[in-house]
Write a protein of this length. Structure first.
Length: 327
């Protein structure tokens, strides 16, 4: 049985779908809430729903049954300001799972984030050396919490402290795809653009206050959730691989590229205007991200990532444009 935190969330529910399709037993721990998040898991078999606050007791009672722990759950909003909440859920809980996997000899795969790279001035190389990680400066509490965990785990590994038999941290870049609908303002631009298309509205992107970036030309490494799941499945099947890895396409594209691709996939010419960036965001904004993907490739993962336009076409036609958009 695979123990999956965040299994009703965005990436987690897509992994659940893939594992369920393969007949794998999955125990899911997540906060379901009172909205439609439950629909992310409604189509798939779940072996057990685990109370997040009772995770360690549940795992201790079933240790021989657990094959791997995949930890994707987190307070993931980049605008969350309750730092005590972030410390509790993103740092303490993650390190408690690390300790459990270390003590019980279970593989541990967890979600980090490209947000740990901050403004990008130190580049986007997934160097897991403690000295390299120490140079990064995250821009918000969410990113900082992910960075704290990366540094702690990297430090333990560097000093030859006990670790799980397999341990992997994944720095996901800008992921988009089905089952992100519950994320509110944290939904991808692709999802938000389609809503504008469906309502026959113009979509607004941020103007750029920097002269080196034209309006709408701020760039991200946009990666389709299906590719993220493929990486996770490969890691689960390849227990010899450990380390900290980026998960992106390795190619930055502009927000205007993404918005235009959604319009065209939905059969409309792009209809985009520009609005000023909020003042409280301007000092914490990433203008460019692009994953260095050489380390994941060197570890043995060679599957190509889906090109942006192909990924958007699949998202729009297979999910967003359907009466039931859930995977």
């Amino acid at each position: 049985m695979i123990f999956l935190t965040g299994g009703a969330g965005f990436i987690g529910s897509n992994l659940l779908a893939a594992l369920s399709d393969r007949g794998r037993d999955v125990a899911l721990a997540d906060y379901m809430g009172e909205d439609d998040k439950w629909q992310n898991v409604a189509k798939h078999a779940v072996a057990a729903f685990v109370d997040v606050d009772g995770t360690l007791d549940w795992l201790n009672a079933r240790a021989p049954m657990i094959e791997s722990v995949v930890h994707l759950g987190a307070v993931s909003s980049t605008t969350e300001r309750d730092v005590d909440k972030i410390v509790d859920r993103n740092i303490r809980y993650t390190l408690a799972l690390w300790d459990w996997c270390t003590n019980n000899g279970k593989p541990f795969i967890y979600a980090s984030s490209a947000a740990t790279y901050g403004d990008g001035s130190q580049g986007f190389d997934d160097d897991g050396d403690p000295a390299a990680l120490a140079r990064l400066r995250p821009l918000n509490p969410y990113a900082w919490s992910k960075h704290v965990v990366d540094r702690r785990i990297a430090g333990l590994h560097a000093t030859a402290a006990p670790t799980p038999p397999q341990w992997v941290g994944l720095k996901f870049f800008n992921v988009f795809g089905p089952n992100e609908y519950h994320k509110g303002d944290m939904r991808s631009i692709a999802c938000k653009v389609f809503e504008a298309v469906a309502d026959n509205r113009t979509f607004s992107l941020f103007r750029s206050p920097r002269p080196d970036y034209a309006d709408g030309e701020q760039c991200r490494d946009f990666v389709y959730v299906r590719d993220c799941v493929d990486v996770l499945l490969w890691l689960l099947a390849t227990p010899s691989v450990s380390g900290l890895f980026n998960v992106g396409t390795g190619k930055a594209r502009s927000f205007l590229d993404l918005a235009s691709a959604v319009f065209r996939a939905a059969g409309r010419e792009p209809d985009v205007d520009f609005v000023d960036m909020p003042e409280d965001l301007a000092g914490r904004y990433q203008y460019f991200t692009q994953a260095a993907m050489t380390r994941l490739g060197a570890a043995g993962y060679t599957a190509p990532m889906t090109p942006l336009e192909d990924a958007v076409q699949d998202y729009v036609t297979s999910y967003l444009g359907q009466p039931d958009p859930y995977r």
